[in-house]
Design a protein around this ligand. Structure first.
Ligand SMILES: [Zn+2]
Length: 447
């Protein structure tokens, strides 16, 4: 009986999400905003954690009527979720045993438990299905999943044919299994698919001829996606999701990331918690609007991104996520509070290392304070201060705010005992994260 009910939820959700994508942007936004307010009010009613948190912050819940009003609400940190799970962060009346219970296995090394109801789960799966129908997947296409766990999708005759390929087996075995499966759609982590693309031979590629590839769960670069696309001769699409909030955004056929506002409300803020403008980098703040059993409200996921108000050629009404650029604690925070991705700095160095091959042996860029950056350089055989000046000018262009950059020539880079040395490091970003995790929002360097 439970399965029948679940399939019914799934059926309804699939229809809903596919209709949603046809709605015009304005209506889309109004509906999302209404769901957002409803979520917050219900959380205040039913979730003891939010009631206490908002009462303590002096929030008059009746004054929360629009997306603007929610900026008054304090952020939710991962620590708060950890401490309050399940006793006060799960809504009253929810039986956890009837829910989908899981935990994140994130790169931060900390596991975060969460639950959602079967109805929410059905909706989440439907948004996953939409992500692939958006790029052209149809139920009769053969799918190969490269993942560590098996996904149990019921096969209905010629429909929903799925092959699971273990992510933990050697690449050669994965390639052999792909040759047998002959999938139309390959889904897997970016690094795994990239590895397969690098190893596949011409003979392999005669048998493995996907129509499209979907990569997930990791930040991948455009270069990696282009390489995979060239090898397999088909488009590669990316998505952005987390285990606890599910789908946040996915690429359409025009390779633009659309934010799934029918699932999450997304805000972009600077290091002071202020909303950033379109095309400015901000920290991504999420509110899940489909999970009343355990809503995440203004949740600091720790990722950075930019949004855009521009329309997309595909015509879908979901707004655009322009880029997401790594973890918030890896980035630079400028005197004004703006973020700059460490990836940008790294890419500039990479560009110069390729341009002037023996310019430098090693380097390390450290943001010590908001207005002070130190660059350590181990000279290369063809070291030339003029080229370093050129590089510096490019870095200054990226940072574009009054700050001091010093160059320190060293014999070797000291990794200070850490195993994984970072070429680009911001002590500022790190301190801020540490403070926020303790619930305080004031950055330490200003204390
Ligand atoms: Zn689009």
């Amino acid at each position: 009986m439970k399965l029948v009910q679940f399939l019914w939820y799934l059926f309804i959700a699939c229809i809903e999400v596919h209709l949603n994508q046809l709605l015009p942007a304005g209506l889309q936004r109004r509906l999302a905003e209404r769901r957002l307010i409803r979520t917050i009010r219900a959380a205040y009613e039913n979730v003891p954690f939010y009631r206490q948190k908002y009462d303590e912050a002096g929030i008059d819940i009746d004054s929360i009527r629009s997306a603007d009003d929610i900026k008054k609400l304090p952020f939710l940190t991962k620590d708060e979720v950890l401490i309050n799970f399940p006793q006060s962060i799960v809504a009253r009346g929810v039986t956890i045993d009837d829910c989908h219970y899981s935990a994140t296995t994130g790169s931060t090394g900390r596991s975060l438990p969460f639950i959602f109801t079967k109805k929410t789960f059905a909706f989440y799966i439907a948004t996953g299905v939409r992500m692939y129908t958006m790029i052209g997947y149809r139920p009769w296409h053969k799918v190969a999943y490269i993942k560590y766990t098996k996904l149990n999708y019921p096969r209905l005759g010629p429909f929903f044919q799925t092959t699971h390929i273990k992510s933990t087996i050697p690449v050669e075995d994965q390639i052999r299994e792909l040759r047998q499966a002959k999938p139309d759609l390959i889904i897997g982590y970016a690094s795994l698919v990239y590895e397969i693309a690098k190893r596949a031979t011409v003979e392999d590629l005669k048998h493995i001829r996907p129509k499209f590839i979907g990569i997930n769960s990791e930040l991948s670069t455009q270069d990696q996606r282009d390489f995979i696309s060239t090898v397999f001769g088909c488009p590669v699409y990316d998505e952005y999701s987390t285990e606890e909030t599910w789908m946040i955004a996915a690429q359409c056929r025009h390779h633009q990331y659309h934010i799934f506002t029918d699932n999450v409300w997304v805000e972009f803020v600077d290091s002071e918690g202020r909303e950033v403008k379109p095309d400015e980098m901000g920290e991504i703040i999420l509110t899940t609007t489909r999970s009343p059993a355990m809503p995440f409200i203004r949740y600091r996921i720790g990722d950075l991104g930019r949004y855009s108000n521009a329309p997309c050629r595909c015509g879908m009404g979901f707004p655009l996520l322009k880029a997401f650029e790594g973890r918030a604690d890896d980035c630079f925070i400028l005197p004004s509070g703006k973020y700059v991705s460490s990836l940008k700095i790294l890419n500039t160095f990479t560009m110069y290392i390729k341009k002037y091959l023996h310019l430098l042996e090693e380097f390390k860029v450290t943001q010590v304070r908001r207005d002070f950056i130190n660059i350590q350089i181990v000279k290369g055989a063809e070291y030339d201060p003029a080229h370093i000046e050129e590089l510096l000018a490019d870095i200054r262009k990226i940072l574009d705010e009054p700050l001091t950059i010093t160059i320190e020539l060293v014999e070797a880079i000291d990794s200070r005992g850490s195993i994984k040395r970072k070429a680009i490091e911001s002590l500022v970003g790190k301190d801020m994260r540490r403070n926020q995790d303790q619930g305080a929002y004031k950055p330490v360097w200003e204390a």
